[in-house]
Ligand binder design. Structure first.
Ligand code: DGY
Length: 331
């Protein structure tokens, strides 16, 4: 249902930058969450009942339940490249388009992945905690020994855009690159990154550093658990910049506690922002709060791309980053 002057009504479920609100206000009537706590699923169901568009983030789940009364909804635009918060099948059934924000965050996220790898291998968080506690009394030959990153083997699980951007960085560190992916890359791309395709088990056994950059799906739930951690070298690190739930955090905490692997760097957690206390108790871990894409430039670019997609969909155009083209064709 459009309002009297034909401005589409939209829901914004997460605080955005003022510039984005100003842009949207030129075209739409907005119901904005502001700084109140996140909407519950029941509130989302009610609020979507009179909207034509919505701007979401991965924190809000789109289930068939919350779409029950969404009679006029045309599009939900996600401010993220990952869209495991979308039940895309349920959206398509109701001819609701879903969009995401790829490309604009590739390099920023790869930078964070590499930073986490370096910090983890070289025990940077642990060293800082130790200094802040006043424990640094003298330089020691054997103090805070880490493992090297340069001239080691990087195992990349998920060789999409971000995986390839990581490979590019790794080449500068003279690393050998092995990767595992649902589909093997073309020979040209493999040779550009000097990357060798291997199966999951081989990657886990051979890599000095394993980095996870794959999408979350029911198939990748606990893709790394006790069995996989057992296959890794005791000197290896595990870095997760993909999604919580890909790693079994409980199994990881226990592997770290028992020094089954050297260390881990995590930007994402199952059930985040909550995390299991066991992860906080082990020293050999670097933790960041899902900041892979969090540079000012990139977060603005993500917001603007999500707004472009939303406005295109509301104006009857095909959004650039449409995830379910069937929903557009049927409109
Ligand atoms: C993404 O874009 O998917 C980032 O992980 C933010 O959620």
């Amino acid at each position: 249902m459009k309002n009297s002057i034909n401005r589409p009504r939209i829901l914004i479920t997460h605080p955005i930058f003022q510039e984005g609100l100003d842009r949207l206000e030129q075209h739409c009537d907005i119901e904005y969450i502001g700084d109140r706590p996140a909407y519950s699923p029941q509130e989302l169901l009610e609020k979507l009942s009179d909207k034509e568009g919505a701007l979401f983030t991965p924190s809000e789940k789109v289930t068939s339940d919350i779409l029950q009364q969404a009679k006029n909804l045309k599009i939900i635009s996600n401010i993220a490249v990952g869209y495991n918060n979308f039940d895309l099948e349920a959206m398509t059934q109701k001819n609701i388009m879903g969009t995401n924000t790829p490309d604009v965050l590739t390099d920023t996220t790869a930078d964070l992945g590499f930073a986490l790898l370096m910090a983890t291998a070289r025990r940077m968080s642990e060293s800082e905690r130790w200094m802040r506690n006043g424990q640094w009394l003298k330089w020691e030959l054997g103090g805070m020994l880490g493992v090297d990153v340069h001239h080691t083997t990087l195992g990349i699980m998920g060789m999409g855009r971000i995986g390839q951007a990581l490979a590019k960085r790794a080449l500068g560190f003279d690393m050998k690159i092995i990767y595992h992916n649902r589909t093997r890359l073309s020979a040209d791309v493999e040779s550009e990154y000097q990357a060798k395709y291997v199966d999951k088990e081989t990657l886990l056994k051979q890599a000095d550093h394993v980095i996870l950059v794959m999408p979350y799906s029911p198939e990748s739930h606990h893709f790394i658990g006790a069995r996989e951690l057992e296959l890794m070298k005791p000197t290896a690190t595990l870095i997760n910049i993909a999604r919580g739930g890909i790693v079994d955090d409980q199994a990881l905490a226990s592997a770290l506690k028992n020094n089954r692997i050297f260390a881990a760097g995590l930007d994402v957690f199952e059930g985040e922002p909550d995390l299991i206390s066991e992860l906080l108790q082990v020293p050999n871990i670097v933790l960041t709060p899902h900041i892979g894409s969090a540079s000012k430039m990139t977060r603005y670019a993500m917001m603007n791309l999500a707004i472009d997609n939303l406005l295109a969909g509301l104006h009857g155009e095909k959004p650039k980053n449409l995830l379910n083209p069937e929903a557009f064709q049927r409109l």
